[in-house]
Design a protein around this ligand. Structure first.
Ligand code: ADP
Ligand code: ZN
Length: 826
């Protein structure tokens, strides 16, 4: 035990301190531990690599984060193994991880695990083989029984540790394998598994300068030569679009020495079509102006600018050109886009502009692909990383520019695990690197725009669509006016029906938006009046006709559609309200000749089905698309001239202080889908509250008007962004235990709020209350919301609740989760 750490002390004091390193273990523990590095691993050990360390009676993965601070731990433990050849993240990212761990009150090791590409461990496969000496040892050496069993098992063939464990039917320690390796009995080979990206290539054609001037050449061949001369190299596919027989012509021309062809790597877009390189267009006056505001700030230290531009105003082109400017200055750029089912249009355009310099990180990639992309960034092979929220962890040593597209999008907030907000982290990381942040949106969040109004952030605005395309005309239709004879409200009102008819007659496409899946929102028993509820969750079930069952949207519980009322037993369940499925059915009845498709989480369970549907939409095999939020994001279809919103109020009545903001953003964004092509767009917005200011502002696409009203409301109630919140979510299987724990936590909060203490008058505690959805998946739910205008004090308050001997958290059977800056308050 003494040999590694202590021997070196005699040699050299510095060596010793380097030999003890700090490790953040990937476990829910907040402390950092010190381990000594055995001599044989010293060369491999470096910050940013994973190690295997003993922890209690287990061996666990940890991350090397630097030299140990406590030089004399009570008991010296050794690192068992270094798991990576190359560091997984640069040392300069540690302050970022540490900030996150502290702010979100989450263990550092688990922060790092969250940041790294998922499934990393899968790629690290250890192969064990018995050596010649090992075979001999089976018969000659005096072996422990387990050692003998391991060698015998390996004699049957090379195995992974998992396979070996299966073969011998009992667990073994890594340390034992290491010992056996040291004695030369076992060979350990670590392999990185996982598919490497095979680039797709397409054939390009270039003119041969040295080609002999040919005497006679066909008109078609001459056209091809002219194209190549005037436009430069072209892909065979492009040439084929001019001349159908281009592929065979080119083969012949190549033989004649007139042209040559070569393979060029391309990326695939969601439709599987290659993305061809593009060149920047001339900027509009507004775009040029925005660029003049933003680019001079690059490389000049930390700053944040909100780019507010109406839908279709060409924000993406501005992002592209700022990125170009950053590249010219040698700065690395991170681009965040909201998580969507497919790669977004934004990503596609970045790849068209920057090609191979772009690394991509999002959930559409396989784990192998993601790992490769990560390595490209770590090794400095790329300067631009684009991806969904986790791309904020792109392992650049230095970042000069961070762009957040659609910064208002709630997809930037991670729910569950480390509940970070990538938009907020963009600002934090930029501050640490002295970088510039650009937050772009047609509907900036109240929080970001508030920071503009108090001078913390700068702003640039695009008021008009590119080419002065008009914004869609928006008409509101009051839903409370029309009831059909059976007393059920008609959700396809006459104005919407007429507009649909006109759109179909003109050969255009329509998008019908409803923020609710399924067939009927509320199955209700007409005898006793009780709604049909989920047995696990406090929420109504929804009819899904296709599976002929009622289903819970939270936990998936389902019940046959033929069920009797569980309360009174009557077989008189009637459907009230509507869902996407019912709207689709109604539309098919109203427009029997139209092709009506639906896009929601029920129809889009497989990735391929989304691609097919979007392709059908693009190629106009669909006339009317009915969908939920899914249709709002990131898609740009020029054939859509009509957008119908079935019921704008659905999200307005959520018991959440952001309900108005989210409704406004959703409506303004969905309206922005219309009229992106050559023909002007029209939007019909059906609502029960035509005079609600969220709806009025969405109608005018006027986020400033919305902001002015909303910020007044937030101020008067002391809600974010004027204050910050931390939600404590208490959940458990037992109703009484959960309620008791919530109560205890509430009492403890009030103790901390005693008069004369540091929190009185600055920290406010709301609750404990039963959560608006009081039960999900069998878990009873309570919440306490703590808020304060003083962020430091707010965080100290919750830490004090959590820490020390009198910890109010973590009782058996009841979980308490800390959600800093919460979004989902249901
Ligand atoms: P936004 O992101 O603001 O909604 P986009 O960036 O998608 O808008 O731009 C809308 C359309 O206008 C896109 O098809 C884009 O290619 C085009 N566009 C953007 N800038 C220009 C420009 N300067 N000249 C011509 N077309 C442009
Ligand atoms: Zn349920």
């Amino acid at each position: 035990m003494l040999k590694d750490g202590l021997l070196t002390v005699k040699d050299n004091q510095i060596t010793r301190s380097r030999q003890m390193m700090a490790v953040a273990v990937a476990l829910p523990v907040h402390d950092i531990y010190s381990y000594s590095i055995p001599a044989h691993l010293a060369a491999q050990a470096g910050v940013g690599k994973r190690v295997l360390v003993p922890f209690g009676r287990r061996s666990v993965t940890g991350y090397l984060i630097g030299p140990a601070h406590d030089s004399t731990p009570p008991e010296i433990k050794h690192i068992l193994d270094v798991l990576d050849d190359q560091a997984l993240f640069p040392e300069s990212m540690l302050p970022f991880f540490e900030w996150i761990a502290s702010y979100y009150m989450y263990p550092l090791g688990q922060v790092i695990t969250t940041a790294l590409p998922a499934g990393l461990n899968l790629f690290d496969v250890t192969l064990l083989t018995v050596s010649q000496a090992g075979i001999q040892a089976i018969t000659t050496a005096s072996l422990a029984p387990l050692e003998a069993r391991i060698l015998q098992a390996l004699a049957k063939g090379t195995a992974t540790t998992k396979q070996l464990q299966k073969r011998i039917g009992q667990p073994f320690s890594w340390a034992l394998i290491h010992q056996m390796q040291k004695r030369g009995w076992i060979l350990v080979d670590r392999q990185i598994k996982g598919g490497r990206i095979r680039p797709k290539t397409i054939r390009w054609v270039t003119v041969n300068d040295t080609a002999p001037p040919s005497k006679r050449i066909s008109a078609q061949r001459q056209t091809i030569l002219d194209l190549l001369h005037s436009k430069g190299d072209q892909s065979v596919a492009t040439l084929k679009s001019h001349i159908r027989t281009a592929p065979s012509l080119i083969r012949a021309m190549e033989k004649a020495g007139l042209v040559s062809s070569y393979e060029k790597a391309v990326y695939r877009d969601p439709f599987g079509d290659p993305i061809e390189a593009d060149t920047p267009p001339d900027l509009t006056t507004e775009q040029a102006h925005a660029l003049e505001t933003i680019t001079p700030r690059l490389g000049k230290g930390f700053g944040t600018i909100v780019l507010a531009g109406v839908t279709g105003s060409g924000k993406t082109e501005v992002y592209l050109q700022i990125t170009q400017a950053a590249l010219d200055l040698g700065l690395n750029t991170v681009v965040l886009v909201p998580e969507i089912a497919l790669i977004s249009q934004t990503e596609r355009r970045f790849r068209a502009r920057f090609g191979d310099t772009v690394a991509v990180l999002h959930s559409g990639l396989s784990q192998g692909e993601r790992y490769d992309q990560w390595q490209r960034i770590v090794s400095g092979k790329t300067r631009v990383a684009i991806g969904a929220r986790s791309c904020i962890f792109a392992p650049f040593a230095q970042v000069g520019l961070i762009i957040v597209d659609e910064e208002h999008d709630t997809a930037y907030k991670q729910e569950g695990g480390l509940t970070y907000n990538a938009r907020d982290l963009a600002v934090v990381r930029a501050r640490q690197h002295g970088a510039l942040v650009v937050l772009g949106s047609a509907t900036p969040s109240i929080q970001s725009w508030y920071n503009v109004t108090i001078g913390k952030y700068g702003a640039a605005t695009l008021h008009r669509r590119v080419n002065d395309k008009p914004l869609p005309a928006i008409q509101t239709v009051d839903l409370s006016q029309g009831r059909d004879d059976r007393g059920i409200r008609r959700y396809i009102t006459l104005p919407l029906q007429n507009a649909l008819q006109q759109t179909l007659d003109a050969g255009n496409q329509a998008l019908i938006f409803l923020n609710r899946r399924g067939f009927a929102a509320f199955p209700i028993c007409t005898d006793c009046g009780q709604p049909l509820r989920c047995k696990n969750c406090d929420i109504s079930l929804t009819l899904h006709k296709k599976i002929n069952a009622f289903r819970c949207h939270y936990c998936g519980f389902s019940k046959p559609a033929t069920s009797a009322c569980p309360t009174c037993g009557a077989k008189k369940i009637k459907l009230l309200g509507m869902g996407t499925e019912k709207i689709q059915e109604t539309l098919m009845q109203l427009f029997p000749d139209a092709r009506v498709a639906r896009m929601d989480r029920d129809t889009m369970t497989r990735k391929g089905s989304i691609v097919k549907l979007l392709k059908d939409l693009k190629h106009r095999h669909i006339d009317i698309l009915v969908g939920t939020q899914m249709v709002v994001k990131g898609h740009d279809f020029p054939g859509i001239t009509l957008v119908g919103v079935i019921c704008a109020d659905l999200s307005l009545n959520f018991p959440d202080f952001r309900a108005g903001e989210q409704t406004f953003q959703l409506l303004a964004q969905v309206a922005g889908r219309a009229g992106r092509g050559d023909q002007p767009g029209k939007v019909i917005l059906q609502t029960f509250n035509p005079d609600h200011f969220s709806i009025l502002a969405a109608k005018d696409q006027d986020f400033l008007a919305f902001f002015d009203r909303e910020i007044g409301f937030r101020k008067s109630l002391g809600y974010p962004p004027l204050t910050r919140m931390i939600a404590l979510r208490i959940s458990g299987k037992d109703a009484q235990q959960t309620a008791d724990q919530a109560q205890r936590l509430g009492d403890r909060c009030r103790e901390l709020l005693i008069a004369g203490g540091p929190y009185k008058g600055t920290v406010e505690v709301m609750g404990p209350i039963e959560a608006p959805i009081a039960r999900i998946a069998g878990q009873f739910r309570w919440q306490i919301i703590v808020k304060s205008a003083d962020t430091g004090r707010l965080h100290r308050f919750v830490r004090q609740l959590n820490g020390g001997a009198g910890s109010a958290f973590g009782k058996r059977h009841v979980r308490v989760i800390v959600d800093v800056d919460p979004f989902f308050l249901m």
